[in-house]
Design a protein around this ligand. Structure first.
Ligand SMILES: [Zn+2]
Length: 582
């Protein structure tokens, strides 16, 4: 992982940082990197941009293929100049060289357009990112959300809020501020299509989506109330009293997940056996909980007399029966274990009792019962009692992020303390952005403290959308509910503050510093030319690919950005071709 970029203007520090992260950088990469980092420093920005573009033009003139890092650096330079179009153009050239761009490659153009409120261009960059199969992360989604809010596109804001919900579990303080600003602005008061949906269809959507969101649009009209507060351990919002959902994966994802489990099981198990199980499950789908029999029977049995504890398993079966309103769970157990249990008189009675109650499914000889219990739990959207963390290689094959989400919602863990069973049920609510059937939003903010009840949530309600005429939304702040944000008077200044007076740049000291920086850039540039010349000569490439400087000692360079630069001439300068641009 890359270490954070040094903020200091210390030149040597930057070089070292770059070298640590790029073991074998080309001189071009190095300079482009230096220029792009220097361009964030107001003192050296102009100089850095000037030299950065020159490096870019040298590269083009010498016909050197850019890589992702150098294009990203050049794109950052363009963005620092406020030229989003060029920042985007240069990224597109990567396709010509069949170099796959990364998300960071698009960031300069995207952020530049967002900052300048050039909404359509920013959406175009987003489209390109999607086309490349890359996924937006919080900073990009937040920037697009802010842009959409600032340009009053409430439907876009709604969609980005959902995108955020899908991408991150909780948001940063900065993103929270963007949301607050949106919900407190006049434009957010207008209702959209969502207002037309009736309560029934909203509820149905939430159910189909696995809970926690409906995605139908803003509900209701009028002012929003934004508060900051906590959520009680039972999932109740301290600010508005609403109950948060424990969010499951949606119907479509669940079905896909079940199919992929079945597909993998079919590859590894005797096909006929697994198909027989699927058929059986189809006819006996009335279970609310699946029990991983072996995991429970073998729990803490690694002592001398230990074996398979049928009593532990029976305790779990009976506990689940009681908890699920006198409904038996399904225990999956391998036939070699069942056979052993039947041979023993003391356990035989229990096994027969399970069989009589339809509790037991015996997996056949040669099977891996993991596939059976996992498939049953996914397919029937059941609880799954097991302490297996499912990190085995077979689960890695499923490797999707929603597997984690699925486990959180479905897995029941257990302990036996001095022989007494204790079940650890799934959490009562999920720490994710949630949209309720009333149209309110609950947004978790990043929290560095261990205790979940200390986490701050944004509680965003719309009294005008509530059936009870806003009764629930206008309750006084509870003990743990902080004041509405609108009165907080926070200063959302995202710009990097520059507290240096203008006199600094006018001082002799500052001029000296800039002069030294310029000299360093010039030295690097010469070094690059020498390096490149040497490298190309050794490859027998140079003479035919560079033009002699027609003016012998003056090279006027017109940048693609339109800037014309007359560079200072060095004695030992290696000829650089003039950029030919009509
Ligand atoms: Zn609330």
């Amino acid at each position: 992982m890359a270490t954070p970029r040094p903020q200091s203007s210390n030149f040597a520090l930057r070089v070292r940082h770059f070298q640590q992260n790029s073991p074998q950088p080309t001189p071009f990469q190095l300079t482009a990197y230096l220029c792009s980092t220097s361009s964030t420093d107001p003192d050296s920005k102009d100089l850095a941009l000037q030299y950065g573009f020159r490096v870019s033009d040298h590269m083009a003139a010498l016909n050197i293929h850019p890589n992702e890092a150098s294009v990203t650096a050049i794109s950052r330079l363009a963005a620092a100049k406020g030229d989003g179009d060029y920042a985007f153009e240069v990224v597109k050239t990567l396709v010509d060289y069949q170099v796959p761009p990364r998300l960071r490659t698009y960031e300069p153009a995207l952020f530049c357009f967002c900052q300048k409120l050039e909404a359509d261009k920013a959406y175009q960059v987003e489209e390109e990112i999607n086309n490349m199969g890359l996924s937006l992360e919080e900073p990009q989604i937040a920037a697009l959300l802010k842009l959409s809010a600032d340009t009053g596109r409430e439907e876009r804001v709604y969609n980005y809020l959902h995108k955020l919900r899908r991408s991150v579990r909780w948001i940063s303080e900065e993103t929270g501020k963007i949301l607050e600003d949106w919900f407190l602005c006049k434009k957010s008061e207008i209702g959209s299509e969502g207002a037309k949906y009736d309560v029934g269809s909203v509820k149905e959507s939430i159910l189909r989506n696995g809970g926690g969101w409906h995605g139908l649009g803003w509900i209701g009209e009028g002012k929003w109330v934004v508060r900051k507060g906590n959520v009680e351990p039972n999932g109740r919002c301290c600010c508005c009293g609403e109950q948060l959902d424990c969010v499951d994966i949606d119907d479509v994802e669940t079905e896909k997940f079940a199919l992929s489990v079945a597909g993998l099981a079919m590859e590894r198990e005797v096909k006929a056996n697994f198909r027989a199980f699927q058929d059986w499950l189809g006819k006996n789908a009335n279970y609310d909980a699946i029990v991983d029999g072996a995991n429970i029977g073998l729990y803490q049995q690694n002592f001398a007399e230990g074996g398979f504890s049928v009593l532990q398993l029976d305790a779990v079966v009976k506990e689940m029966y009681t908890r699920n309103g006198n409904k038996w769970p399904l225990v999956i157990l391998h036939n070699k274990r069942v056979r052993a249990l039947l041979e023993n008189l003391s356990s035989r009675k229990l096994v027969e009792e399970w069989k009589a109650n339809g509790v037991l499914y015996t997996t056949p000889h040669g099977s891996n019962d993991d596939w059976y219990w996992l498939y049953a739990a996914v397919k029937l959207r059941c609880l799954l009692v097991t302490n297996d963390e499912m990190r085995d290689h077979i689960f890695e094959l499923l490797g999707s992020s929603f597997f984690i989400k699925w486990k959180e919602r479905h897995q029941v863990r257990y302990t036996f303390l001095k022989g007494t069973l204790k079940l650890q049920m799934p959490p009562t609510y999920s720490i994710v952005i949630q949209e309720s059937e009333k149209g309110s939003w609950h947004v978790p903010i990043v929290c560095n403290r261990d205790e979940e009840t200390l986490r701050t949530w944004l509680c965003i309600t719309r009294p005008g959308a509530c059936e009870e005429g806003g009764k629930t939304c206008e309750i006084d702040d509870g003990p743990c509910c902080k004041s509405p944000i609108s009165e907080a008077g926070e200063n959302g200044n995202h710009e990097k503050s520059n507290d240096k007076g203008t006199s600094m740049t006018e001082s002799g000291f500052e001029r000296l510093k800039l002069h030294k920086l310029e000299q360093t850039f010039m030295k690097i540039e010469v070094y690059i030319r020498q390096m490149t010349a040497g490298r190309m000569e050794s490859q027998g490439m140079l003479p035919s690919q560079t033009d002699a400087n027609p003016q012998e000692n003056v090279s006027v360079i017109t940048l693609r950005s339109g800037t014309v630069i007359v560079p200072p001439i060095q004695e030992n300068d290696v000829t650089c071709s003039q950029k030919k641009k009509s």
